[in-house]
Design a protein around this ligand. Structure first.
Ligand code: G2I
Length: 477
């Protein structure tokens, strides 16, 4: 299969976990399809999040805000996971219960928990035919289109700088063999509603990765073919899409497809990241464990598979609890599926994690600027180096800083920089900040201080004012 030309990807913030330097992609390793062993695989992790991080990926779970007072639940969450998705709390009915009146209290509980524990956050879901507030259900036409765009703008702006990936549009295609869009009030506002949603999300939070998310698209079938065609079209026309979410709700009627990995790969080849977003597999014992193992192996085998989110922690937390589809039983004990998942994450091999420069279709107008942060080779010295890319708007910015270890690797790192007058840090992720104005520094957090030689990680911060011209310096420890 011929590969598309490499084009600069949209610069996006990236979550916790070691990342392989873009130089790997630049060196053609991905194009050659070679299976590479990542550094650090010798020290197998003992939790899902740590083991996934060793492979440059995240391991997340859906979280319900009302369970954050359950100590068993929170104990497992904090121990095992480094990414969260709000199970219901960011949906339209929850965040905009009456028109133009927003309520983020429950979503904020999840966001605050994630941020204070160094977890990345998947936003779910900005536009969906389900879980709409009653007032939106009764709208149609232009009024509904504008309400949707206002909703996306307000919610994505409120969380700007905090979300790794947004499910911008959820479940917009019909099941069955038609390959058609699902009929819904949103679809009836016009076929361009999906791209309008993505453009609104991009304007509101240019640093978030923007995903299309669906179910029954996990193997090659009429529905996934239709999504594939949409993504291909979006990429060719420059509609801002960065990722495709594969929900992966499996049971006996809807098993893990035999072409699961191949399907992930064909989407990745379009130049988007792929993410497994709502994994649960009904069953028990060895059969369930084997299915989880297959899913993990598929993600690790696809370089642009960024991570896996399971749709709940304990079987009793599941939306379909009777199918016991999760990794922990109702008492919080690890199931065989947990062990097979962890072992699969710890197994050697796999391919490098996503880079910020996946191949893509050539845009209709050729790119005129090189990536803001060109690929760097590991510095010759023993310390570390840092480079920054900025997303700026009038009055604010998001800075994404890439830290790369030198020849000795790092046990920890600190990045220092001086902000111009009038600029102030308001929010930091994947690092702990000292100072908000003038000379500021950022120290690694628990999971991203240790880097092997040449390995990279990224953190970010948001601020007010302008950060143009900042020059980060990195000190290793
Ligand atoms: O249906 C499974 C998932 C399919 N993909 C999109 C996801 O957003 C969806 O999640 C589920 C939640 O896990 C459920 O928790 O979405 C359901 C709604 O479609 C959620 O169920 C709702 C119940 O229907 C409501 O009655 C309840 O008030 O959960 C609400 C909050 O507990």
């Amino acid at each position: 299969m011929s590969m598309d030309p490499v084009r600069p990807d949209r610069q996006k913030r990236m979550g916790p976990g070691p990342r392989v330097a873009m130089v790997l992609a630049a060196a053609g390793a991905l194009v050659a399809g070679a299976a590479l062993t990542l550094p650090g695989t010798a020290s197998a992790g003992t939790t899902l999040g740590a083991s996934a991080a060793e492979k440059g990926r995240y391991f997340g779970t859906a979280v319900a805000a009302n369970k954050l007072s359950d100590s068993v639940y929170v104990g497992i969450l904090n121990r095992e996971f480094n990414s969260v998705t709000a199970e219901n709390e960011m949906k339209w009915d929850a965040t905009e219960p009456s028109q133009n009146s927003f309520n983020f209290s429950n979503a904020d509980r999840i966001v605050n928990h994630a941020q204070s524990n160094g977890m990345r956050i998947r936003g779910h879901a900005l536009a969906w035919h389900q879980q709409q507030p009653g007032w939106a259900q009764s709208l149609s036409g232009t009024a509904l289109r504008n309400a949707m765009l206002n909703h996306i703008t307000r919610v994505a702006t409120y969380y700007r700088g905090k979300i790794d990936s947004w499910d911008v549009v959820n479940e917009a295609f019909a099941d069955g063999n038609t390959g058609a869009r699902r009929d819904s009030n949103l679809q009836r506002t016009g076929n361009d509603w999906i791209e309008a949603a993505f453009r609104a999300a991009d304007a509101a939070d240019p640093g978030a990765k923007l995903c299309y998310n669906d179910y029954n698209t996990d193997g090659q079938n009429a529905k996934s073919n239709a999504v594939y065609a949409m993504v291909q079209d979006f990429k060719s026309r420059g509609v801002p899409i960065d990722c495709v979410g594969f929900q992966s709700h499996f049971n006996a009627q809807s098993p893990v497809p035999s072409d699961y990995q191949a399907n992930l790969q064909r989407f990745a080849n379009l130049g988007v990241e792929v993410q497994i977003t709502e994994l649960d597999i009904e069953g028990s014992g060895t059969a369930q464990a084997n299915n989880y193992q297959r899913v993990v192996q598929a993600c690790l085998a696809v370089s642009r598979c960024a991570g896996i989110t399971v749709w709940g922690i304990r079987d009793t937390d599941s939306w379909r609890a009777s199918g016991t589809p999760l990794l922990f039983d109702g008492s919080g004990n690890k199931k065989p599926a947990y062990t097979s998942t962890l072992n699969a994450l710890n197994a050697g091999g796999g391919t490098p994690p996503p880079t910020t420069t996946p191949p893509g279709n050539p845009p209709t107008t050729p790119p005129t600027t090189p990536p803001t942060t060109p690929p760097t080779t590991p510095p010759g010295g023993a310390g570390c180096s840092a480079s920054v890319s900025l997303n700026s708007w009038n009055g604010g910015f998001v800075a994404t800083v890439r830290v790369t270890a030198g020849s000795s690797g790092t046990n920890g790192w600190t990045v220092s920089l001086t902000l111009p007058g009038g600029a102030a840090v308001t929010n930091t992720w994947n690092a702990s900040a000292s100072g908000t104005t003038g000379a500021v520094s950022f120290r690694n957090v628990a999971y991203n201080g240790r880097l092997t030689a040449g390995q990279s990680t990224e953190f970010g911060f948001q601020g007010t004012g302008s950060a143009t011209g900042i020059t980060p310096t990195c000190t290793a420890s």
